[in-house]
Ligand binder design. Structure first.
Ligand SMILES: [Zn+2]
Length: 293
């Protein structure tokens, strides 16, 4: 993370940036070494040719990259000095590796590999020792209490912390996705239930088909069709019961099918429903068919 204001930046941010530059510098220095070796080998084999110029350019580029890292790191190091230093901690990278306050600890070697615990930079040493527990170096932290030294280490490297944060983020995203899916499933179920509440079918579950009103899908249509059919049958009866006998019977049969369907759906008797719908049929008759010529 780039440092905006060096004089107010947190030690952990400054050290994290320093560590980033350190790694970049190490990479650049390795590149310089590898390129120089390649050139030396070529010279030894007597293979000096036009490609040598390109190699020299590459070496120069790697050197400038290393210089740039050092130039960028210098003010950060100066800030550390300006503030009179701050606590820093390193973890030795092997099983049971100890936490040290400096890589110059005399229990370590030049070849020892460390992870710089930059997130603990500037933290209270008591806190660092408490986290380190039995991993706290006795040379670096001689005053660590015995009970703290018996604790299991809870030290994490910045890499481990980043990985845990990523895992937590993934878990949160997964939970959010699951919650969203559950919500959608619930809504779909409710919609289906609402549709089922409105739907109507024959008592055996097959679609409710009528001769004069066609396929009836909803209870609303079923009730309206029922009143239409019976009111119209009454009209036909008044017109000429003998002439319309077949049609009257068909309309009444359709109404009977609807009544059976509603009866099955609600678990009510047909008589009960017939009684409920009779005023509607009567109203329809008075409003419409009775007025027909
Ligand atoms: Zn130490």
């Amino acid at each position: 993370m780039p440092i905006n204001n060096l004089t107010t930046a947190a030690p952990s941010d400054i050290d994290a940036e320093l560590e980033r530059l350190n790694l970049q510098l190490a990479k650049a220095e390795q590149a310089v070494l590898a390129l120089r070796k390649r050139r030396r080998d070529r010279i030894e084999r007597g293979e000096i040719d036009l490609a040598d110029d390109a190699l020299i350019v590459q070496i120069e580029q790697a050197c400038s990259a290393a210089d740039a890292c050092e130039a960028e790191a210098a003010p950060l190091e100066q800030e550390f000095t300006r503030r009179g230093g701050w606590t820093r901690a390193w973890l030795v990278l092997n099983t049971g590796g100890h936490v040290h306050r400096t890589t110059a600890c005399r229990t370590c070697f030049p070849t020892t590999k460390f992870a710089w615990l930059t997130h603990l930079s500037g933290h209270d040493e008591v806190e660092i020792v408490d986290l380190a527990g039995r991993a706290a170096c006795t040379e670096c932290y001689p005053s660590a209490p015995v009970e703290v030294r018996s604790q299991t280490s809870r030290i994490k490297t910045p890499d481990q912390l980043a990985r845990s944060a990523e895992r937590a983020q993934r878990a949160r995203a997964k939970a959010a996705k699951a919650a969203k899916a559950a919500k959608a499933a619930k809504a779909a179920k409710a919609a289906k239930a609402a549709k089922a509440a409105k739907a109507v079918s024959s008592p055996d579950g097959t679609p409710l088909r009528t001769k004069h009103c066609g396929l009836i899908k909803t209870e609303f249509t079923a009730r309206r069709s029922y009143t239409d059919l019976l009111s119209y049958a009454r009209y036909l009866t008044r017109q000429n019961v003998v002439f319309h006998r077949a049609s009257i019977a068909e309309h009444q049969e359709d109404a009977r099918l609807i009544l059976a369907a509603l009866s099955a759906k609600h678990g009510r008797t047909e008589d009960d429903l017939l009684e409920e719908l009779a005023p509607k049929v009567e109203a329809k008759w008075r409003r419409e068919h009775s007025k027909w010529g």
